[in-house]
Design a protein around this ligand. Structure first.
Ligand SMILES: Cc1cc2nc3c(=O)[nH]c(=O)nc-3n(C[C@H](O)[C@H](O)[C@H](O)COP(=O)(O)O)c2cc1C
Length: 198
């Protein structure tokens, strides 16, 4: 299924074609070499002072660690994410060994995920990012260091269509994707002329 972005001007197909499916192919397995490509793409993301604060905990469908990560997902995500080939916990090293906060760690980690997502798109895979999970359960379940902040869980796999999804989710799966117009994203360069600018 395609859900191409309706853009006002052409953008690169990798960006226009990317979307976040809930329907994944349960028979697909994520081979080591394909996973390596995704992590390599993330690895080469830019970061403040080249600090590379992103960390990935990879679990595959059928593994005990996968069950543990799945159990930490919000119920609404559990309704579909188990069909994906892998669930990957993304964490950011938000504090150094000396405890000092790393102010760009979350930003940098988001960039690494964006690179991973784009590489997945190029490889015929899909990624659905999830903020709906219990960070404390993940922290305890995987013994994460205090310097790490759990950020998102990624469902990665081959898109499988809406057929296997429960009713309301199937509807969302086929609904068009929407975005604010670019004009809403622009801040005025001269705020004194636009006192209400937010
Ligand atoms: C940080 C983040 C958290 C998200 N959390 C969830 C989530 O918990 N459950 C879910 O179904 N989708 C989640 N999404 C997916 C967004 O809803 C989705 O990206 C957005 O609706 C735009 O749709 P598109 O990715 O298909 O363009 C999340 C996306 C991001 C980037």
């Amino acid at each position: 299924m395609r859900k191409t972005a309706s853009t006002t001007v052409p953008v690169h197909p990798l960006l226009a074609e990317r979307w976040s499916p809930r329907g994944f192919d349960r028979t697909h397995e994520l081979a080591d070499d394909r996973l390596t490509v995704l992590l390599e793409a993330a690895r080469w993301a830019p970061s403040a002072q080249n600090s590379q604060p992103w960390r990935f905990l990879v679990t595959r469908r059928g593994e005990p660690a996968h069950d543990r990560l799945f159990a930490a997902l919000a119920p609404g995500n559990q309704a579909w994410a188990g069909a994906a080939s892998a669930l990957v916990l993304v964490a950011a090293r938000t504090a150094g060994d000396d405890g000092r906060p790393q102010p760009w760690a979350l930003y940098d980690t988001g960039q690494a995920v964006a690179a991973l997502v784009t590489q997945a798109q190029a490889d015929g895979l899909s990624v659905h990012q999830m903020g709906g999970f219990e960070p404390d359960a993940v922290r305890a379940g995987f013994g994460l260091a205090d310097t790490l902040t759990p950020v998102v869980v990624l469902a990665i796999g081959r898109p499988g269509g809406a057929a296997g999804l429960p009713g309301p989710l199937a509807e969302r799966e086929t609904a068009p994707r929407t975005r604010h117009p670019v004009s809403d994203l622009l801040l005025p360069a001269h705020p004194e002329r636009h006192p209400a600018a937010a």
